[in-house]
Design a protein around this ligand. Structure first.
Ligand code: PEP
Length: 248
């Protein structure tokens, strides 16, 4: 039985004053019926951990270096994220793949580093609009999944987020049939790649999830939750998405 997961990606947003949003979320969801994860910028991680105390909200980084330590100015290791209070890390987000030319091999190395540090890797993949228009969606997803998944991946240390690049921050979402098709494909491929463990990996949908469309998306088969960007910044919006997931 996979427990549902609502994950918020704050991206490069959030100053100390915004910790109040996490606090408000914790106040409204003291005993949630699903797992909740917030991935703030690295600068806020330890302060958010302090602010949340024992609230049932997990914290995550948004990226990590593949190495354990060393001369990598500006980078953060998986162990540093864990030290700051993280239990998860988002890897291979399309903004990192595009802005920092991250390849599947790089994502895989980072996921292995996350595993070694005891973090759950939330590995993102998704097609561009050009891929979809050319009928290459499943081919791209297949390549990204096989290339980004590290050895030793299990349902406990790995989450997969399907995030069509064209749906992120755009207000556009795939049709329910399109989401269901990709999630069914991912589940089948995970079973091929990981045998029985593939059934335990949680599959999130991400891309313009809002309070208004969350229930329809969460009703789809093989959708175990969402990775939410913009709508995770405000406790009221993220809280409404969490409630929709609890009721799904
Ligand atoms: C994301 O960045 O992972 C994301 C899904 O963003 P948004 O919800 O804003 O589309």
């Amino acid at each position: 039985m996979r427990r549902k997961l609502a994950a918020g990606n704050w991206k490069m947003n959030g100053l100390a004053a915004d910790l109040a949003e996490a606090q408000a979320l914790a106040a409204d969801h003291g005993a949630p019926g699903c797992d909740i994860l917030i991935c703030p910028p690295a600068t806020l991680l330890s302060r958010m951990a302090d602010t949340l105390g024992h609230a049932p909200i997990a914290l995550g980084g948004q990226d990590c270096h593949a190495g354990a330590a060393g001369a990598h100015t500006g980078d953060v290791s998986a162990a540093m994220l864990a030290d700051a209070g993280a239990s998860h890390v988002i890897l291979g987000h399309s903004e990192r793949r595009a802005d920092h030319a991250e390849t599947d091999a790089a994502v895989r190395a980072k996921a292995a580093a996350a595993q070694a540090a005891g973090l759950v890797a939330v590995i993102c993949l998704g097609e561009t609009e050009a891929d979809r228009d050319a009928g290459r969606t499943l081919e791209v997803i297949d390549r990204q999944l096989a290339g980004s998944l590290p050895g030793g991946a299990t349902g406990a240390n790995t989450v997969i987020a399907y995030e069509p690049v064209w749906a992120i921050g755009s207000g556009r979402t795939p049709t329910p049939d399109q989401i269901a098709e990709v999630h069914a494909f991912l589940r089948a491929r995970l079973t091929d790649l990981m045998a029985a463990e593939g059934a335990a990996v949680r599959l999130l949908y991400g891309g313009s999830v809002k309070p208004g469309n969350a229930a329809e998306i969460f009703a789809l088969p093989e959708v175990d939750g969402a990775l939410v960007g913009g709508a995770s910044l405000k406790a009221a919006d993220f809280g409404a998405i969490i409630t929709a997931l609890e009721q799904a």
